[in-house]
Ligand binder design. Structure first.
Ligand code: C5P
Length: 291
């Protein structure tokens, strides 16, 4: 294999249309039922083969050492394959951080898939996905390359959903971020204090699955649900405001994505989504995207 060979790959983002926490597990994680939706807002990852070691470079304010999920993924694959080759990873971030959009996990998945090619390992997606689950719960979804998927377990057991639905998403990331670990910790505490305070829709994930499978036509607002909205604490007012703004601007549904802090709105028509973005961009300190 020639050294200094480079490949560039896109690492997409995601939102969760549905995230129902089923309960706490013995290993400290929570069992979930979730619907992931892959979005084209993406980071760009350049991988260059080197003689040895792992180097991560980026201009973004993220860790460059083994705490970074992309670094972790490279180190894990290097060890699993017992390979002495190394890599220089360059990450150009576009996905906001602590946003619930899966940026860190997606970078890790892109590193696994990319290094499999660069190092010519010949691993199957299933094998890469298994390694990815050791890096983060959302990594297998990104390895799977599915546009829509149902996630079970701690989110790492992926069942792709085939759907021809193409919708527009408007994302608003408020000026603050939310740590995933903190959100789950707060959820665990608050769900003990307020059992049953936030209950999933009666039909559960099936409502959205029926829509994705084309069995109903209208975007079912009632099907969108996220247990982690319980963990918003003082942020609940700001998040509710953003959700209401999206609905006022014509979104068929609006929800917190993953552990937040991004709120997304789903639109059937591009024109409506673009009009909403123009309006929402006036909001101070928020990043707004349409995809
Ligand atoms: O798997 P990941 O590293 O993304 O998870 C970050 C943190 O979020 C975990 O350390 C855990 O505290 C929490 N988490 C959880 N249950 C999940 C996923 C994440 O409790 N299903």
């Amino acid at each position: 294999m020639s050294l200094n060979r480079s490949i560039t790959i896109k690492a997409p983002s995601k939102v969760n249309w549905y995230l129902n926490i089923l309960g706490k597990r013995k290993d400290g994680y929570h069992n979930l039922e979730t619907i992931f939706v892959r979005l084209p807002l993406h980071d760009r990852i350049r991988l260059t083969a080197t003689k040895g070691g792992i180097v991560l470079e980026t201009k973004a304010p993220i860790p460059k050492g083994p705490e970074n999920l992309a670094y972790k993924a490279a180190a894990l694959l290097q060890k699993d394959a017992s390979i002495s080759l190394g890599v220089k990873i360059f990450i150009k971030k576009a996905i906001p951080m602590e946003a619930g959009l899966g940026g860190g996990s997606s970078d890790a998945a892109a590193v696994l898939v990319g290094l499999n090619r660069l190092w010519r390992l010949g691993y199957s997606l299933k094998r890469l996905s298994k390694l990815g689950a050791q890096v983060g719960s959302d990594v297998p979804f990104f390895v799977s390359e599915a546009r829509y998927a149902l996630g079970r377990g701690r989110g790492e057991r992926i069942h792709p959903i085939w759907s021809s639905r193409r919708l527009w998403h408007v994302l608003i990331k408020p000026p603050f971020g939310i740590s995933t670990r903190q959100a789950y910790q707060d959820y665990a505490r608050l769900s003990r204090q307020k059992p049953g305070f936030l209950t999933p829709p009666r039909g559960g994930a099936k409502i959205l699955l029926r829509f994705l499978q084309g069995r109903v036509n209208k975007i079912p607002q009632d099907g969108f649900f996220n247990s982690l909205e319980l963990a918003l604490n003082k942020r609940v007012t700001e998040i509710s405001k953003l959700k209401n703004l999206l609905i006022q601007q014509g979104a068929s549904a609006a929800l917190l994505s993953g552990s937040g802090s991004t709120v997304f709105g789903v639109f059937g028509k591009k024109g409506h989504a673009i009009r909403a973005v123009r309006f929402l961009k006036r909001r101070k300190g928020c990043q707004v995207f349409v995809v």
